[in-house]
Design a protein around this ligand. Structure first.
Ligand SMILES: *[C@@H]1O[C@H](CO)[C@@H](O)[C@H](O)[C@H]1NC(C)=O
Length: 396
């Protein structure tokens, strides 16, 4: 019977004993200073870093955008292997749609009047031959120029190569001009039209700002310092902004990125949202051992001669591809991230007493006194005393 009453008393103790922490006041300037200093650090972190730098009171959204481009300019060429010729946009911008990524032709190897016929392969260790036995009829080498006919013919007075069925005469692409054929391309201009939306905030804007009128647009040219709002760029300026020399990159081609940064703060007290342009080269300027440098591709134009024969002009095009890359995030005040981030920041305040306790118990002169009062070890004996306090207190 007595066992069950003991048990009930224990239960009552657990349920109705009131517990309260004891406050220990440390009259030490150093500990007090430490306490306020760590509190100040936490508040500075919350205000300075979380609120001002990170803007953690804002909700964010990322940009979606559309880009169109329009290049303008003319070039005139008068070289030995081509008739004098004027080049306009339709000639040198490929493809002509004016997309986010556009290519401006600057240099080329032209092989005119090709027809479907037979001609000797270009000399290389695998194509030179002594007699017909060295050539296999129907042999199709992907790295060659066509399908072999099985004959060994004179390529020049000194070399013999296998004959191929192909578009002849074959292209000799080692004849690339050392100076870019369309050097004048450096003075071409491009108009970049960019519309952006932050769907979460229903915010729309274009890079042609409301204060730009059409007469300004007709004559302006982008410049970081003097005309940062003008959406018309001189190609030479873009390339030099990427740290390159236009006439160098124009010879073998390359890829230049035009980045538009639309990072916006849409709160009314900040109200900052305009495009920031920057330029950088995206391909490798100095490939290892100069293997496969630059950027090139081939395209053709087809013709019919009066007697019905099909001929084509093959162009190996070298040039600069400009990629317009739009990025950015917008932020706007919202109550949910504010509460969450403020709470997370201020929860560091609960670390302050831990830091101060550690400081008080290890770094002060009176640390022994403090620790005697701070930490009390209760022996088993003392434990029973406190349990039955009031009746048997102080029996020994
Ligand atoms: C580009 O224009 C400038 C000034 O208008 C001129 O001095 C330069 O020769 C031009 N570049 C080419 C390659 O024509």
């Amino acid at each position: 019977m007595s066992g069950t009453t003991d048990c009930c008393q224990d239960c009552l103790h657990y349920m109705f004993d009131y517990e309260t922490p004891k406050t220990l006041v440390i009259p030490s300037i150093r500990v007090g200073f430490m306490f306020r200093f760590t509190q100040l650090l936490v508040v500075l972190y919350v205000v300075g870093y979380v609120c001002v730098v990170q803007k953690a009171y804002q909700e964010t959204d990322s940009v979606i955008s559309s880009v169109t481009t329009k290049v303008k300019g003319f070039a005139f060429t008068n070289t030995s292997d081509m008739d004098p010729r004027l080049w306009d946009v339709a000639d040198y911008v490929i493809p002509p749609q004016g997309a986010q990524s556009f290519f401006v032709l600057t240099n080329m190897v032209i092989t005119p009047k090709q027809t479907q016929s037979r001609c000797p392969e270009l000399p290389s260790p695998s194509t030179t031959c002594v007699d017909d036995c060295d050539c296999i009829e129907g042999h199709n080498d992907p790295r060659g120029s066509g399908i072999q006919t099985g004959l060994c013919v004179n390529y020049s007075s000194t070399a013999q190569t296998c004959e191929v069925l192909s578009w002849c005469p074959l292209e000799i692409d080692t004849k690339l001009p050392e100076h870019a054929l369309l050097a004048a391309a450096e003075n071409f201009t491009v108009l970049i039209k960019n519309s952006i939306t932050y769907p979460k905030f229903k915010f729309h804007r274009r890079n042609i700002m409301p204060h730009i009128n059409s007469s300004y647009l007709k004559m302006c040219e982008f410049n970081h310092a003097t005309d940062p709002d003008c959406p018309i760029f001189r190609l030479k300026h873009i390339v030099s902004g990427a740290g390159e020399e236009f006439q160098d990159i124009a010879v073998k081609g390359g890829i230049i990125g035009i980045t538009i940064d639309w990072s916006c703060d849409l709160d009314w007290w900040a109200g900052k949202c305009y495009p920031m342009y920057s330029f950088r080269r995206l391909d490798d300027k100095h490939p290892v051992r100069n293997v496969a440098p630059g950027y090139n591709f081939r395209f053709t134009k087809y013709f019919k001669t009066p007697n019905g024969e099909e001929t084509r002009t093959l162009i190996k095009a070298y040039g600069i591809r400009f990629d317009v890359i739009v990025f950015g995030t917008a932020g706007k005040f919202s109550i949910v991230p504010t509460v969450v981030n403020l709470g997370a920041g201020l929860s560091f305040l609960s670390l302050v007493p831990i830091v101060c306790d550690w400081f008080m118990l290890t770094c002060t002169r009176k640390r022994d006194l403090y620790s005697r009062h701070k930490i009390t070890y209760l022996s088993d004996n003392a434990d029973t005393e406190s349990m039955s306090m009031g009746t048997t207190y102080g029996t020994h």
